[in-house]
Design a binder for this molecule. Structure first.
Ligand code: TXA
Ligand code: MG
Length: 307
């Protein structure tokens, strides 16, 4: 049985206790819901991979509750990290650091690095602080599917499979954090709501996006796996003409068309389409959508398996 818990102190305390006993607990963050286990509990972390059906080569992010906790999991932490942490923590930014020996290999998928992020959601922060150590947590969705932005989404995917879900309502941003590599040069491995420009301004350095077209910069292990995709076919239309062409060539009988999609409604729209057995979802991408690197990245991933 999976218990839904509201965000009261006593429930957060109970959730921390469940984690200490080796159970999995999902919790809200300002980006998406996470499904967590204490970073130093390899058996619990393995369970996360199992329930998500997550490829073993895709590392997890360590969620910290204070800057002091960085020393528990990372080594040779640069000034650049602290510079960014001062500006963006707590918030939707994950920074890749060298991991310390103490972090189990299963959490980092065998890599020598660990992604570190301090979530801003009060329930997440409180939970990590009560536990007294970082929480390893991927997004709370079945691997490959859209992430969860509401407690109901987590229940949809993991009902009966995890001990509890802390319900913090709808996530503020609705897309996962920006993932940033600092060494040897700043590279955005996954775009999020903290933008390239904001990072450049803070670092006083150029920041580049990791793309398959740019072999000079490394890709995040997660990028090679299917991502953010619903059962329904996702298509993107960049003009009225393209929309007309798509519809003309389609045989779908159950279709939805979304224009002016906002970041924090994307995953709900994808999940809603599957609940209603929609065959085809068309997103009209106007200028605002095109300029949003994080939103375009998720839309492109959701559509890419149909190309
Ligand atoms: O907003 C978020 O980041 C959410 C919430 C729950 O915090 N978490 C999240 O975790 O999106 P996940 O596991 O779904 O995505 C983590 C991404 C993956 O693409 C993974 O490959 C990459 O970050 N990543 C994690 N650790 C890494 C590392 N050491 N080096 C390179 N990429 C890493
Ligand atoms: Mg994910």
């Amino acid at each position: 049985m999976t218990t839904l818990l509201t965000g009261e102190e006593s429930n957060i305390q109970a959730a921390a206790e469940l984690l200490r006993r080796g159970e999995l607990v999902a919790f809200p963050t300002e980006t998406v819901y996470g499904i967590g286990a204490p970073i130093f509990f390899p058996a619990s972390i393995s369970k996360i991979f199992e329930v998500k059906n997550r490829p073993k080569d895709n590392p997890l992010i360590a969620h910290i509750g204070s800057l002091e906790q960085v020393a528990m999991i990372a080594e040779n932490v640069s000034d650049q990290f602290y510079q960014l942490a001062e500006k963006f923590f707590p918030g939707p930014l994950t920074i890749i650091l060298s991991k310390s020996e103490s972090v189990p290999k299963v959490a980092s998928a065998g890599l020598s690095t660990i992604g570190v992020r301090m979530p801003r959601h009060p329930i997440a922060l409180n939970l990590i602080q009560k536990l007294g150590m970082p929480i390893a947590a991927p997004s709370a969705n079945r691997s490959g599917s859209p992430s969860s932005t509401k407690a109901e989404h987590v229940l949809e995917d993991f009902g009966g499979k995890i001990a509890a879900i802390l319900d913090g309502g709808t996530c503020e941003y609705g897309l996962e954090s920006t993932v940033l590599l600092l060494e040897p040069q700043p590279v955005i491995l996954r775009p999020g709501s903290i933008t390239k420009e904001e990072l450049e301004e803070s670092l006083h350095l150029p920041v580049v996006f990791a793309t398959e077209q740019n072999p000079e910069v490394p890709l995040s292990p997660g990028t090679k796996h299917k991502h953010y995709a619903p059962q329904a076919k996702v298509l993107l239309a960049f003009s009225e003409d393209e929309l007309a062409r798509i519809i003309l060539n389609s045989t779908a009988t159950k279709r939805v068309i979304h224009s002016c999609i906002q970041s924090n409604e994307l995953y709900e729209k994808l999940r809603e389409a599957d609940r209603e057995a929609i065959e085809e979802i068309i997103f009209i991408c106007d200028e605002a959508v095109k300029e949003d690197a994080a939103l375009m990245n998720r839309l492109t991933h959701a559509a890419s398996i149909w190309e």
